[in-house]
Design a protein around this ligand. Structure first.
Ligand code: CP3
Length: 354
């Protein structure tokens, strides 16, 4: 294929020339959008929405239709894997995700169901096929999973956590048990991402939201190693190896070089790190994705434009940048600020690619 006909987003991930910087946003389909709230109400709950391919497709397309973003991300959640393992995922109103059966003991780990993605997570693959049939060819679809460490934090804590008391007890008291859980989640994630790519996902992203809660030594051993395992799996199979992989560790700014060395194609960067500095550190090994502070969207349109320019100028001229936030959009954001963000990237980025 002539690469210039490839979508901007995929070219930027491969650090090939682009006319302007592509932009998409973490949590672009979510509660800040009134049309999302409407469909969610209709579905009854988050899981009812995520497990219904027609409705999942509908909300995936909402931000594309409203803002004309350069990539769509599958509407689902990183916790579908533990749900398929038998943990019973539910969302308590206003409290975030919960599991009816948290994983605490060796017996809990041994009895986990090993999901077959095509079957146990068939609703996700069906949603992917449906979304691809509705998306135009300029807008690639991103598939995703959580990092094994991040997913395990929810499995062991039973939900969101402040201090990670249970999982850090496991990590520091029974490291071998911790590894047994992580390898199970990692293997399920390999199968899951492979199935997503086969169903039509054109890039995949691994979300390591809680890697930044670890020390450097523990991050390498308990988070990075398992993301590397997943990347190696994707790069080892002929039908998945050309699909770009993005790794994102929130709070991982001090580890960018080692993240870039996993063999991934792009590294997501949170807003604590200046992109100019990040780019110097990773060199031409990977593309970078990020890294506007999501809090900027609480500002007015002038502030949004100024801060978008700051991020674009910080990366500087040349390809290899995918504009994004440093983490997901907050629910209270005015959708007009997202429109301002997209307009600013479209207006100011072409000058960086001449
Ligand atoms: O638009 C997109 O980004 C795609 C969909 C997506 C969701 N979750 C939908 C969702 C993606 C990529 C995720 C990933 C995810 N889920 C992560 C990693 C990224 C991150 O945000 O750190 C994590 C840690 C989760 C687990 C999770 N799911 C939590 C902690 C919560 C509750 C907190 C919250 O933001 O509400 C969810 C629920 C969830 N997943 C919502 C959405 C849109 C909100 C659910 C609702 O409608 O009430």
């Amino acid at each position: 294929m002539n690469t210039s006909s490839e979508p901007l987003f995929l070219r930027a991930l491969k650090r090939e020339p682009v006319e302007r910087t592509p932009v998409w946003l973490m949590r672009q389909a979510g509660r800040y959008l009134p049309e999302y709230m409407e469909v969610r109400k209709q579905a009854g709950s988050f899981m009812a929405l995520a497990s219904n391919p027609e409705l999942a497709c509908k909300v995936t397309l909402q931000p594309i239709e409203r803002f004309g973003l350069d990539a769509a991300i599958l509407f689902s959640d990183i916790l579908t894997i533990p749900d398929a393992m038998g943990l019973g995922l539910y969302f308590a109103e206003g409290e975030g995700p919960r599991f009816t059966k948290p994983v605490r003991t060796e017996a809990d780990i041994e009895s986990l169901h090993e999901p077959e993605a095509g079957k146990d997570l068939g609703y996700v693959m069906e949603a992917i096929r449906l979304i691809r049939s509705k998306l135009d060819s300029d807008t690639p679809l991103i598939g995703f999973c959580g990092s094994p460490w991040t997913v395990a934090t929810y499995m062991v804590e039973g939900g969101s956590s402040r201090n990670f008391e249970n999982i850090k007890s496991m990590l520091y008291r029974q490291p071998q048990l911790m590894h047994r859980l992580l390898i199970k989640v990692a293997n399920a994630s390999c199968d899951y991402l492979q199935a997503q790519i086969e169903a039509g996902a054109q890039a995949v992203m691994i979300f390591d939201t809680w890697g930044g809660s670890l020390s450097t030594a523990s991050y390498k051993e308990f988070s990075l190693a398992y993301m590397r395992h997943i990347v190696a799996h994707i790069k080892a199979h002929h039908n998945t190896r050309d699909t770009p992989v993005i790794l994102f560790t929130k709070g991982g700014a001090s580890w960018l070089e080692m993240i870039a060395d996993t063999g991934c194609d792009a590294v997501g960067v949170d807003w604590t790190c200046d992109l100019a500095h990040a780019r110097k550190r990773v060199g031409d090994r990977v593309a970078l994705q990020g890294n506007l502070d999501p809090g900027v969207l609480y500002g007015n349109s002038t502030v949004v434009e100024r801060e978008c320019r700051r991020v674009l100028d910080s990366f500087g001229p040349g390809s290899g940048h995918v504009f994004n936030l440093g983490h997901g959009i907050h629910p209270g954001v005015d959708p007009q600020r997202v429109a301002d963000l997209v307009a600013a990237v479209r207006q100011h980025s072409p000058a960086l690619h001449r």
